[in-house]
Write a protein that binds this ligand. Sequence first.
Ligand code: UDX
Length: 436
Amino acid sequence: MEKAQIGVVGGLGHIGLIQAACLAKLGYKTTGYDKDMQKVEEILKGNLPFYEPGLHEIVEKTLKNGLLKFTSNVEDLKSCDPIFICVGTPSLPDGEADVSQVFASVEEVARNRKSPCTVVIKSTVPLGTNRKIAKYLEEKSLDDKAVIVSNPEFLQEGSGVRDFLKPSRIIVGAQSEEIAEKIAGLYSPPEVPVIITTWENAELIKHAANAFLANKISFINEIAVLCEKVGGDIRVVSRGIGLDPRINPHFLEAGAGFSGPCLEKDLKSLIAQFQKKGKQAKLLESVLEVNEEKRKEVVHKLEEQLGTLAGKHIGVLGMAFKAETDDVRDSHSLPIVRYLLSLGAMLTVHDPWVKSFREAGFSEDDFPGVKWAQTPYEAADGKDALLILTAWPEYRALDMARIRDSLVHPLIVDGRNLFDPREMKAANIMYLGVGI
Ligand code: UDX
């Protein structure tokens, strides 16, 4: 049987590119469509718009063998079926997700079809959106061109390729079981659990999964507060509770809170959806509050040691929202940097992969006076303290005696618990982690 030809709209975004490249790796002829012509030109030259381990090799190989194509012309999707929608759903001021790009993409696809196709919504959309899209198509008399299926993604940045190829589960929400099975069958590792369900359940599963992960992090971060008060060690406590298979060891690392383009956005969106239905998501609101506290806490630790931060020089290590990604979108480092600036601190920041705010898509003017260091040692040199915000492996491997000697005060506040406090004490470093 001939394999399906697949289209991916938003094919150069974080989710879309992994989706397109990995489908091509599975042997499907796949066309990634992205309106951004420049990005399309760049990828055809081998320049990916972001870093994701293993992705470059797959893109290179599948472009070469002709299974993967990119285009900025929607007409090139005409013979594709199914077509995945992977465009962004950024947060609106009230926390709700902005689904305008999703609606526009579905309409554009449907208008450019002669024959019907299955349109699969991968983008994270609020509850009820898939049903609204189907209704919208009906109103525009385009429902004979597109059948809507929900198939949320669960890709973690940094392990997106592995998560795609070895998923923990495949969730498909649809009105027709037959179509849902076809979509689930595209991924086809036989041992992977598949849930075929309604649009609403699929949407809920996606939001509840991210909210639960955020919940785990805020939970352990709250216990970390008590650890500091009683001389406990949150790493031992995490291990001790994570060994219970009902809890499991994942997402129990205490630190300066969770961030990134998904967890916080999806949590805020879920809270907004409760409010819209006249309900309050008390637990989820607390998860967010604890997270915001956690970001401030690292700054307060600096203040406790240095007094006022006005005029103090602080080196900050890590701008990406987590290690193994160059993604700064919604990184916790940004509000922490802003908070430090509001207190009058003078900052030198470093990240192994991010080299300027401009490169990360921000204006340098939003971060007045912040200097970028080429190395972590430069970030520490002559500073009153060092603040670690991202768990880059290169930071773990730093020569701490050299760091200590270059600081004015041997003070390190570590929002990622990269070091053993006993070793730091032995090295005469005043080391303050989270919950240790
Ligand atoms: C997340 C979900 O994990 C993924 O399933 C979904 O599809 C997209 O959102 P991602 O945004 O890549 O993935 O980040 P994730 O690895 O979940 O980490 C999110 C944040 O939580 C990071 O800031 C990370 O540092 C923090 N984190 C994670 C902790 O603070 N402690 C932990 O134990 C785990």
